[in-house]
Design a protein around this ligand. Structure first.
Ligand code: 26Q
Length: 803
């Protein structure tokens, strides 16, 4: 995109005048943001239209990434970067007397996701467009995204996320592409004269799904893909005229809020309806598009791929069957072949409680036709495979079991590909969690290790480091992330090592300032910034981090001269509103922070900072300033993790268990450049087998652990009467489900090791450099390229612009 500063400035002045009838000098940052947004939108408008046309006229095979969550964060800067006009716009604004950074602040985070899974979907959207791949997102336009977190007396309080309050510059409402979605009531199959069966619906409800499209601008390649989010509306119709206010409210609320639970939100009617709503709207609009190509429906898989991000969009499978059977008159066999070839599925968890299941009655009541089709898919599956496998295996793999519909089973049976998100995770799927399916469909299983958008997570969020890289190894790493390897040549170069340290320091000073402004806590940028940022979950073990902090605290209390490198322990984490245990941990961390931060004996050797409202924008502030990356989940429980990759890319040293993608990070950097501790996945499974884990005996044999755990119930940590007891009980009474006590000692050793390494400045900088240099393999550009080749069978539109 070529625009000059001059043209840009004129455009800003003109549009401001048109939109607000105002001189630019009188504009507020909010008004400037909106005008700038619309200017940027105009810059990519032609490419957006052209990309769409190209796909249609060239009949390009496209992927549709179905996800109930997308978590893009702010979009202004990344759009400017990808259009290649970031510097022009920044300079232009400066000349007009404004700062881009102040305007950027005005944008609300688009937070239509909980965490890892939603952010992954957004990194993929960026990489798909940036690699010139024909792909689109399909999801829900929630009126309220993930709740805003506040701490009141150390407790998490949730406030609504009113992200649409000032309007949304990026979206385009496409009224003409609306579709109807039907649910509820009864359905029966009416035999027609020609032998076919036609569904007849009674008392069902029709709602209108209206799409809002957002441009996914590729990195300097003229490709602009589409993220399509659906919003509910009540159509004007005879049947709706007489609906009560209450009934209308229920329908309108369908796309009102994102469910804030990222593990098990079971059996909620609205959640199931949300899933069907965006699936049905999305699949209908895909079929409508496909019909424009005038190809036989049986060839659909040559033009369309649909990806199911976790099981939440699994109804894509029966919905595609419904459309092909009921509306396109394909036979069951034809429809099934098309469906399986089109669909693919990613699993993001091995935790049993997170595997989605719906009660049969609920599904029958809400989605009667879906249930009929699922029953038939299941009947045929059982029929076909009981010829080859024993009845127990067939029972374990059935979609319908014990009165419930198992969405993972549906997803595997109804698709041609099932992938895990890190090597270990995929191995566990094959050998344990989905072993039965692996027996039946070995060819369907594959691994796709997660990746991150290195442009957002380095180039945009860490300018000091990005500039240093540009000066040292030139700029090719922005497109070809593996060129970060070039940095390895400087591992003995003291000038570069010092420059790296300086960049990190600059980021730490900036974060220290933010911390002081937002929390009032003064922290030194010379301390180790030790960071754990992720959702709050028992398996992620924020508690282990806290126990270690308490151990250090008692060491100081026992010995006022206790020597240690000063540390700032930084936390960012939201707990699902209904997850009492996670909320208890938040309260305990906050009260421990009060205790330690205000204890004069500590003399600033330890500070605890729990930053409120962890979100994409806050992550962009914290990650560049991190020295230590805490990735301490119990081995086997974290499917992949992605903050581990972001922190590594920004030069933090990983302190980790052998879980998820941590293993691949270790392999990439070498074991001297990462600090590993704790049980291995095999050892964890060993304990499950033998059933001989005994948390109590660890406690009884460790005076340190006694002191630390007793602090939760003896008033040492103030104001946590109930929470402290709950936490204590989880470890002692309920035998420590996530082996926190078992891993405690080796975690403390690892922490000591971190401290010693940090003491050797040169060695630390070398480790940091090696981490950055080897982070390229975790770029989402690579990940989506593998999905494109192995699963979706799609190609970059401009072969010459490929990676
Ligand atoms: C399910 C049913 C009903 C309501 C909500 C849900 C639900 C919602 C969100 C279940 C799970 C999620 C999110 C899961 C998630 O974020 N998983 C993470 O995915 C990352 C990307 O693959 C991995 O890196 C993490 O390891 C994994 O925990």
């Amino acid at each position: 995109m070529k625009i000059t500063k001059k043209v840009f400035k004129e455009e800003m002045i003109q549009r401001l005048k048109e939109k607000y009838a105002m001189d630019i000098n009188d504009a507020t940052p909010q008004e400037l943001f909106h005008v700038l947004g619309s200017v940027v939108k105009a810059y990519y408008a032609d490419d957006w239209v052209q990309t769409w046309k190209d796909y249609l006229t060239e009949e390009t095979k496209q992927v549709y990434y179905f996800s109930i969550e997308f978590l893009p964060g702010k979009m202004l800067k990344s759009n400017l970067l990808n259009l290649g006009i970031l510097d022009t716009v920044r300079d232009g604004l400066t000349e007009l007397g404004f700062s881009l950074d102040a305007i950027v602040e005005q944008e609300k985070d688009m937070a239509l996701g909980n965490g890892g899974l939603g952010r992954l979907a957004s990194c993929f959207m960026d990489s798909i467009a940036s690699c010139g791949l024909p792909g689109n997102g399909n999801g829900i336009r929630y009126d309220y995204g993930l709740f805003k977190q506040r701490f009141v007396d150390g407790y998490q309080v949730e406030l609504p996320d009113e992200w649409l309050n000032n309007g949304n510059v990026w979206e385009v409402r496409k009224e003409s592409k609306a579709v109807d979605v039907r649910f509820g009531g009864n359905v029966y199959m009416l035999p027609l004269a020609d032998g076919r069966l036609k569904p007849v619906y009674e008392n069902s409800r029709l709602i209108k799904a209206v799409p809002y499209d957002t441009a996914m601008v590729g990195y300097q390649n003229d490709v602009v893909n589409t993220l399509r989010l659906w919003s509910v509306e009540i159509p004007v119709s005879e049947e709706n005229r007489y609906r009560s206010l209450e009934e209308r409210r229920e329908l309108e609320d369908l796309t009102a809020v994102l469910y804030p639970d990222d593990s098990n939100e079971r059996g909620r009617r609205t959640r199931l309806l949300q899933e069907y709503f965006f699936v049905s709207a999305g699949v209908q609009s895909i079929v409508r598009y496909f019909k424009k190509l005038n190809k036989p429906l049986t060839t659909m898989s040559q033009y369309i791929a649909i990806h199911i991000n976790d099981t939440h969009p699994a109804l894509c499978i029966p919905e595609m069957m419904r459309i092909l059977l009921d509306e396109c008159d394909l036979t069951w066999e034809q429809a099934w072949e098309v469906t399986v070839k089109v669909m693919s599925y990613t699993n993001h968890t091995i935790m049993a409680e997170a595997l989605e299941k719906w009660p049969i009655e609920l599904m029958q009541e809400m989605l009667p036709r879906m249930y009929q089709i699922i029953e038939e898919i299941n009947r045929r599956f059982v029929n076909q495979y009981s010829q080859y496998y024993d009845i127990e295996l067939i029972e374990r793999t059935s979609i319908i079991q014990n009165g419930q519909v198992h969405m993972a089973n549906l997803s595997i049976i109804g698709s041609h590909s099932t992938n895990g998100v890190a090597k270990l995770h995929t191995d566990l799927l094959k050998s344990v969690v989905l072993h039965d399916f692996y027996t039946i469909f070995p060819d369907r299983f594959n691994n796709k290790t997660n990746g991150i958008a290195q442009r957002r997570w380095l180039q945009l969020s860490n300018e000091p480091l990005a500039n240093l890289l540009d000066q040292t190894i030139k700029t090719s790493w922005r497109k070809k992330s593996n060129d970060l390897h070039l940095l390895q040549n400087y591992v003995e170069d003291d000038t570069i090592l010092t420059a790296l340290a300086k960049a990190k320091k600059e980021n730490k000073v900036a974060l220290a300032q933010y911390i002081e402004e937002t929390t009032g806590i003064a922290v030194s940028a010379d301390a180790i910034f030790d960071v754990q940022i992720k959702r709050l979950h028992a398996y992620k073990r924020q508690l282990l981090n806290l126990l270690h902090i308490l151990k250090l605290y008692f060491a100081i209390k026992d010995n006022p001269d206790f020597q240690m490198v000063p540390r700032v322990f930084i936390f960012g984490a939201k707990a699902a509103p209904s997850y009492t245990y996670a909320k208890a941990i938040i309260k305990a961390i906050n009260e421990t922070a009060q205790l330690i931060n205000h204890d004069p004996d500590v003399k600033d050797r330890i500070k605890i900072v729990f930053l409120e409202n962890y979100n994409v924008t806050l992550a962009e502030r914290i990650i560049p300033a991190a020295d230590v990356s805490e990735q301490i989940s119990l081995a086997s429980k974290e499917a992949s993790g992605t903050s581990n990759m972001k922190l590594m890319l920004n030069g933090a040293i990983t302190l980790a268990t052998l879980d998820g993608a941590n293993i691949e990070i270790r392999d990439a950097v070498g074991k001297e450049n990462i600090v590993i501790f704790g049980l291995t996945e095999e050892e964890v499974y060993g304990y499950y087998q033998a059933q001989n884990y005994n948390a109590m005996s660890i406690y009884e044999n460790s005076p340190t652990l006694q002191r630390v755990l007793n602090a939760f119930i003896d008033g040492t940590i103030p104001n946590i009467h109930f929470e402290g007891q709950e936490i204590f009980d989880s470890l002692i009474k309920y035998n420590d489900e996530f082996f926190v006590l078992k891993d405690f000692d080796s975690y403390c050793v690892a922490q000591k090791q971190i401290e010693e390494l940090y003491g050797d400045k040169r060695r630390w900088q070398q480790m940091s450099l090696i981490n950055i240099a080897n982070a390229g393999q975790f770029s989402a550009d690579h990940t989506v390229a593998r999905y494109a080749e192995d699963i979706w069978q799609i190609e970059p539109v401009f072969a010459h612009k490929e990676l």
